[in-house]
Design a protein. Structure first.
Length: 443
């Protein structure tokens, strides 16, 4: 009995270490992304000609958007390496690359010193960020899912989307504090570089946390089975090229997973990043009120996300994800109608409800994607489905919503887009299978 208790205690301790490492790695990615967004105006002044500030800002956001082009390519690379060399290797290297690229942005001379080379190098570093980021979310979730107890996998995996929101929140708070305690001229001249440079020690910290961990038991068991099969002369149980296996043997699962991830991609960027702009430009709310509502929404998102993960363990991933789809289909258009009142309390309540619905999806999706694919292609399947959805629909969400309003003249156009995406995700989830009660080695 004592030996069993000691074993359970050690196992719980290991799972907590993995949870901390997964949280830390994903937090760094989104803190870095948030830093770029919140200092976009300053970055435009530093890296682009100042003749036209509006054009410089557009170019700055264009650099941000272009980094999404490498998401699917990065997903193939990191997924393939994660399935061949291990979850730990892929996650550790990807977060180290992300932190290194961010650190270099903090040291990069501006347009006044390098001319056209400055924005070119900024684009290169942003591309490296986009490439490395495509391995982190999937890597953190896969690593954690394969360590977590079967009956608590959803709750543990919800740590990953929570770390995403906390990264955005800390990035926003960091920018706000800097502008509060420092003269604006100092922030614009050199202060904006501080959060970028901080990525260096954060990346080193994540590296040392990760190297102390072993690869997941599920992955190690697969590797042992492969070696035994090879030693006995039997056919290998896992392919040399996981991506090839994914497309030839699990294409249906991949397509369904992309459809399921669409709602997360569009919902996350619309609710948590586009709505502040929508409230300012379409609803004409004061900027400080729109920003305050978004900050409250981010805090609420983090609070709700763990409850959603726990509920998915109790009721299953499929029911939770279908519920989120149906709620978005029913509630989104009335929500946008209510937001058009520009009343602070009304808008706040509406956005909190949308955050709650979003967490039903986001708190469940990471465990769902981890359970959809077998061990030999799990990292590849998760990374590719999640990043294709985010590259095609997440990175373009703000652009599409703004374009729809311009084209139709209706401020409700983004709501109809959200409903359409929710319908596609609903069809995908109806076609999916439930694996929440299975050991991952049985998938």
């Amino acid at each position: 009995m004592k030996d069993n208790a000691r074993f359970d205690a050690e196992k719980s301790k290991t799972v907590r270490k993995v949870a901390t490492a997964s949280f830390f790695c994903n937090f760094i990615e989104w803190f870095d992304y948030a830093t770029y967004s919140y200092f976009a105006v300053v970055i435009a002044q530093v890296f682009f000609p100042n003749d036209d500030p509006a054009l410089a800002l557009i170019q700055t956001f264009a650099v941000f958007a272009l980094s999404f082009l490498l998401r699917p390519i990065g997903a193939i690379f990191w997924g393939n390496m994660g399935d061949k060399k291990g979850r730990k290797w892929s996650l550790t290297v990807s977060v180290f690359m992300m932190a290194g690229a961010t650190f270099c942005i903090g040291l990069l001379p501006g347009y006044a010193a390098l001319g056209i080379c400055a924005p070119a190098l900024l684009l290169l570093l942003r591309m490296i960020q986009g490439f490395s980021a495509s391995g982190e979310y999937a890597g953190a979730a896969t690593f954690l899912a394969e360590y977590a107890p079967t009956d608590k996998r959803g709750m543990y995996c919800s740590i990953v989307p929570a770390s995403t929101a906390i990264g955005l929140l800390v990035g926003s708070a960091f920018a706000t504090v800097m502008y509060t305690i420092m003269p604006e001229a100092a922030v614009n001249e050199w202060g904006w570089r501080i959060p970028f440079v901080l990525a260096g020690p954060l990346g080193i910290g994540a590296y040392f946390v990760n190297i102390q961990l072993e690869d997941s038991p599920t992955y190690q068991a697969m590797q042992r089975a492969l070696k035994d099969a090879e030693a006995s002369g039997a056919a290998a149980g896992a392919p040399e090229r996981p991506i090839h296996c994914l497309f030839t043997k699990h294409l249906r699962k991949l397509i369904i997973s992309i459809g399921a991830a669409m709602l997360n991609a569009v919902g996350f960027y619309v609710v948590l990043t586009y709505l502040p702009v929508y409230l300012e430009t379409a609803v004409l709310m004061p900027k400080n009120e729109a920003s305050l509502i978004t900050t409250i929404a981010l805090v609420t998102y983090v609070a709700f996300i763990f409850a959603s993960g726990h509920l998915s363990d109790k009721f299953g991933r499929k029911k939770m994800l279908i519920t989120a789809c149906v709620c978005f289909i029913v509630f989104t258009i009335p929500a946008f109608i209510l937001m058009s009142t520009a009343n602070f309390v009304t808008v706040l309540v509406v956005e909190l409800i949308m955050c709650l619905i979003l967490t039903i999806n986001d708190g469940t999706l990471s465990s769902y994607l981890s359970e959809t694919f077998p061990t030999q292609v799990r990292y590849s399947g998760f990374a590719l489905s999640f990043n294709v959805a985010n590259a095609l629909f997440g990175g373009t969400a703000s652009f599409i919503c703004t374009s729809l309003i311009t084209a139709t003249g209706s401020t409700l156009a983004p709501a109809f887009y959200m409903v359409a995406v929710s319908c596609v995700a609903l069809v995908a989830m109806i076609m999916s299978h439930e694996h929440s009660n299975k050991d991952l080695s049985e998938v």
